[in-house]
Design a protein around this ligand. Structure first.
Ligand code: ADP
Ligand code: MG
Length: 214
């Protein structure tokens, strides 16, 4: 079963992938943002690492709530409040400790809707939503099919990569990058890049966990 006990492993993988890509992402955020995206994220990740033992004992709705609150109080910047919104909305949209693909897909789609509202933005505006919206759409599309979880996870990673890549040719209309107008063309959005890296890390941890039954 996939429980919050996997959170420490997920966090370890995420911290590593953000560290390994810190320079590249910072460069992206320096071109079209203010260069602080990696530091903002790392502040949130450090705060979560300090709480991870406690959080991993909770059920999913409570774990997501605690993650959201921790991010809200530790991360500055637009991405901090957007991620806090994502997790708090995920918590609100979930009930009970048992999650299925179908229930997660519905809750995740609601959480992504909440992020859109909070950021007053949509997919196609060169932000992290260009990763989260297609992932949410894909999950909803397979929610009621009886696919192997493994193949769903592999596809999630592919969809995230495609979404991230697509931001390269988008014109930023939200966030700091929008001040640059056409100069944002040709560069991947930093927030989309880290979203994809984090999703792919989570997919890897889940794929491994599914292959080694407890
Ligand atoms: P800030 O923009 O406040 O410096 P960060 O640098 O941490 O915050 O995060 C920047 C990322 O946040 C962007 O690359 C983009 O993906 C995302 N972002 C910024 N504003 C919005 C918004 N209104 N809606 C969705 N995502 C946004
Ligand atoms: Mg920034």
């Amino acid at each position: 079963m996939i429980t919050p006990r996997l959170l420490p492993q997920m966090l370890t993988a995420i911290v590593a992938v953000i560290e390994n890509n810190a320079e590249e992402v910072t460069q992206l955020d320096q071109v079209i943002g203010d260069g602080d995206h990696v530091t903002n994220l790392q502040r949130g990740l450090q705060a979560l690492v300090l709480q991870q033992d406690e959080i991993s004992l909770l059920d999913w709705p409570k774990a997501w709530q605690k993650i959201g609150m921790t991010l809200m109080s530790s991360v500055g910047g637009a991405s901090g409040s957007l991620y806090a919104t994502l997790f708090m909305a995920l918590s609100k949209a979930s009930t009970g400790s048992d999650i299925s693909l179908a229930s997660f897909a519905t809750a995740f789609a609601e959480a992504v809707e909440a992020v859109k509202k909070r950021g007053k933005s949509e997919a196609g505006e060169k932000t992290l939503l260009d990763v989260y919206v297609p992932v949410a759409d894909y999950l909803l599309s397979v929610a009621n099919q009886s696919l192997e979880l493994n193949s769903v996870l592999t596809e999630v990673s592919e969809v995230a990569i495609k979404g991230m890549e697509a931001t390269r040719d988008m014109l930023a209309t939200k966030g700091r990058a929008s001040f640059l107008e056409a100069r944002s063309l040709g560069h991947i959005d930093a927030g989309a890049k880290t979203a994809q890296l984090m999703i792919s890390s989570i997919v890897e941890v889940l794929t491994k966990a599914l292959a080694t039954p407890a």
